[in-house]
Design a protein around this ligand. Structure first.
Ligand SMILES: Nc1nc2c(ncn2[C@@H]2O[C@H](COP(=O)(O)OP(=O)(O)OP(=O)(O)O)[C@@H](O)[C@H]2O)c(=O)[nH]1
Ligand SMILES: [Mg+2]
Length: 246
């Protein structure tokens, strides 16, 4: 999705980059194209609107437009605005002094298990002690999947099969991690729809029993606008601290 948007924006911007002496009409035509590219990439219409409005405000200056490098100026403003919109700063995970937990939640197949292993590797590579917990007790294959991934990245896995509750595996896994002095315990949970009350209750129970440092919602980036509703519903039930787009 990002590649398509990048290609579209690049070609729109290219057509203006070498121009000087721009008119308001040129700017409007270009920004209309930019807005369309954003909307077609499923960017929220409010975000698309404020994006182009902000660019226009910054370039609609007679001195700028009459300059022979006007096109390049528009390119720079668009570039800066993109960075601002997408978030220029990287944010680290919140970390308590000891025994942190990350609860991975989300819809079915959004990438929770894969991201759990990736995150574990990332934290391990930065010199921290990490453990994984298999709290998807609804599918035996889910535990097996996490076990294979944990082996691949050299992380120890706590699992207790599928006969125990997800909350019990989570708390036992957390305690096991604490005993081994892990900085991080990452808990992989089962996929669930936010309208599935039984599974959402289970998630609340897990949340209550471990009071996680971070609760990350894993979302398939192709979900588009609907991910906002998903995030809102999960947030209302358990309180999210972050979002991972896969
Ligand atoms: N292209 C791509 N595929 C991914 C990414 N993350 C996960 N996948 C794939 O998406 C599929 C589902 O990933 P899982 O990690 O099993 O997703 P999950 O949320 O744990 O799924 P459930 O436990 O069944 O709810 C797998 O085939 C992964 O290889 C990603 O960032 N990019
Ligand atoms: Mg999974």
């Amino acid at each position: 999705m990002f590649e398509t948007l990048t290609d579209r924006l690049t070609s729109i911007i290219k057509s203006i980059s070498n121009k000087g002496h721009l008119t308001e009409k040129d700017i409007d035509a270009t920004l209309k194209e930019v807005r369309r590219a954003l909307l077609e990439a499923d960017v929220n219409f409010k975000v698309a609107r404020s994006f182009v409005t902000s660019i226009k405000e910054q370039v609609m200056d007679e001195e700028i437009l009459s300059n022979i490098t006007a096109g390049q100026h528009v390119v720079k403003v668009t570039h800066d605005e993109l960075i601002k919109t997408l978030g220029g700063d990287s944010v680290e995970l919140t970390k308590k002094e000891k025994h942190n937990t990350v609860l991975m939640v989300g819809l079915n197949g959004s990438g929770k298990t894969t991201t759990s292993a990736k995150l574990a590797k990332h934290l391990k590579d930065s010199g921290q002690a990490v453990g994984l917990v298999a709290a998807d007790v609804h599918r035996p294959a889910a535990i097996q999947q996490l076990s294979v991934l944990a082996d691949q990245v050299g992380i120890s896995l706590y699992e207790a099969g599928t006969e125990v509750s997800a909350a019990k595996v989570s708390i036992d896994g957390y305690e096991a991690g604490k005993n081994r002095n892990f900085d991080w315990t990452i808990i992989d949970t089962a996929g669930r729809f936010q309208v599935d009350n039984e599974l959402m209750d289970e998630l609340e129970e897990i949340h209550k029993s471990i009071n996680p440092t971070e609760v990350l919602l894993v979302v398939d980036a192709m979900t588009g606008q609907e991910s906002v509703n998903v995030a809102q519903d999960f947030h209302d039930r358990i309180g999210l601290t972050g979002l991972v787009l896969t």
